[in-house]
Write a protein that binds this ligand. Structure first.
Ligand code: LLP
Length: 424
């Protein structure tokens, strides 16, 4: 059963009416279902256990999707590792209790300080995105007297058929090394003092709704592993990245079981430790953004619901024209007439629009709305643009709910600026 559904006239997350949470903690407010996070993670974990021994895979949750430490901690207790893309995320993951040996570090622009932190913490693997980065990692590791396990993130030149701004595996994208240059780079890495080139990594994009691009990328990676082994590289890990999509608009996402079957058929025969980096498919449908209608503005051809969440709280519609369903938190009666609304935020930008021309049961000032499927790339991408405090976040578990991040205080934002004393 869905963890978000109408019950007794109210939209509930697990056993709590969302209105109750909003009344207690205000809006805009992110709410996440612990049960849904758990179920989504277990879908990977249990399916993988069917095909691989437990010490042969690690599900490294992609922290960028939702990096709240309560979320990381919850997933960590279920056995998750972490895919991090910055020193900040690494710090968060470690602090939330993810073991260092289950952390992979991806990202195109790792600084020397970040590499040092990774080396010092002896993480599972650094995913290397370029030759100069390889040199930096080797230098940092050698200085620390360490040998760091690396995988090159290989760009397999596969089109993920997803939104242009979140596709990463085509040759024209900035990510990874060209698959053709991989053998030479592994040869080079093998001779470097601070480096153990033990893995191959790939990630072709996000919000994929079709498994075919994964199959194609995995085949290219498997062939590469064969080639690398033939030239004497001891490849012991394959990181297949993340990317499974979630339904935003009622679409059917790829089935985790079928995705894992691809791993079974193409990657498992390589007898490697398999790393996965799912983000959205774990956190996406576990979260909603609650927002209250401030004004109903009518006039001209449009009817605007002006809500208290803005593009700074949930950037996806403004950035990717992303669709998010919006539901009223009190159940409409079947007889309620619908009207057409544009749901817009208060930020001074035209792109601060969540939906245009959407049909909703007649509603107005004071109504609470839930912007659905906002658990991934919602709070983690929020900003304080327009000096709007970062929203609060709540974790729901059964009939209980806890604040896992208090609303940012305007005083804290303002106090961070420094006006120089130097006369102008
Ligand atoms: N691994 C790597 C190397 C990645 O770059 C990403 C996502 C993931 C794993 C996780 O992918 P997922 O399973 O979540 O699809 N802000 C955009 C999504 C950007 C994804 C960036 N990389 C959005 O809101 O749609």
């Amino acid at each position: 059963m869905s963890t978000i559904a109408y019950k007794n006239g109210a939209l509930q997350m697990e056993d709590v009416p969302l209105e109750k949470i909003a009344q207690k903690h205000g809006t805009p407010l992110y709410c996440y279902s612990a049960k849904r996070l758990t179920d989504n993670f277990r879908a990977y974990q249990t399916t993988l256990k069917d095909i691989l021994p437990e010490d042969k895979f690690t599900v490294c949750y992609a922290c960028k999707a939702n990096s709240n430490q309560a979320v990381l901690h919850l997933l960590g207790t279920l056995g998750a590792g972490a895919d991090v893309v910055s020193g900040g995320e690494m710090h968060r993951a470690l602090k939330a209790g993810i073991p260092h040996g289950k952390i992979v570090f991806s990202g195109v622009g790792k600084t020397a300080e970040e590499v040092e932190t990774a080396v010092k913490n002896d993480i599972l693997q650094i995913n290397v995105e370029s030759e100069p980065e390889l040199e930096r990692i080797s230098a940092v590791a050698a200085k620390a007297g360490a040998k760091t396990r690396i995988a090159f993130r290989v760009n397999p030149d596969v089109d993920a058929n997803t939104h242009e701004k979140i596709t990463t595996g085509r040759s024209e994208n900035k990510f990874g090394i060209d698959i053709k240059s991989a053998p030479a780079l592994y040869r080079k890495a093998k001779g470097m003092s601070g480096i153990v080139p033990s893995g191959v990594a790939v990630h072709i994009g996000s919000q994929l709704m079709n498994l075919a691009p994964f199959a194609e990328a995995f085949k290219r990676i498997a062939a590469l592993v064969g080639e690398l082994r033939a030239q004497g590289n001891d490849i012991t890990t394959v990181d297949v990245g993340g990317g499974l999509g979630v339904p935003y608009q009622g679409e059917t996402p790829p089935d985790v079981k079928k995705y894992v079957a691809l791993i079974r058929d193409i990657i498992a025969p390589l007898n490697v430790h398999v790393i996965l980096e799912p983000g959205r498919s774990i956190a996406g449908d576990a979260g909603v953004l609650l927002t209250r209608v401030q004004y109903l503005k009518e006039g001209g051809d449009k009817r605007f619901l002006i809500v208290d969440a803005g593009m700074n709280d949930l950037m996806r519609p403004a950035l990717y024209d992303a669709y998010h369903a919006i539901l009223p938190c009190s159940a409409p009666a079947p007889s309620d007439a619908t009207q057409t609304y544009d749901v817009v935020g208060p930020v001074c930008e035209t792109s601060d629009t969540f939906r245009t021309n959407m049909e909703l049961p007649r509603t107005g000032q004071g109504a609470l709305l839930a912007i659905m499927t906002a658990g991934a790339y919602g709070a983690s991408m929020a900003s304080a643009y327009n000096t709007r405090p970062l929203p609060a976040e709540v974790l729901v578990s059964g009939d209980a709910f806890d604040v896992i991040r208090p609303r940012q205080m305007i005083e804290d934002i303002v106090a961070a600026d420094v006006i120089p004393e130097r006369p102008v």
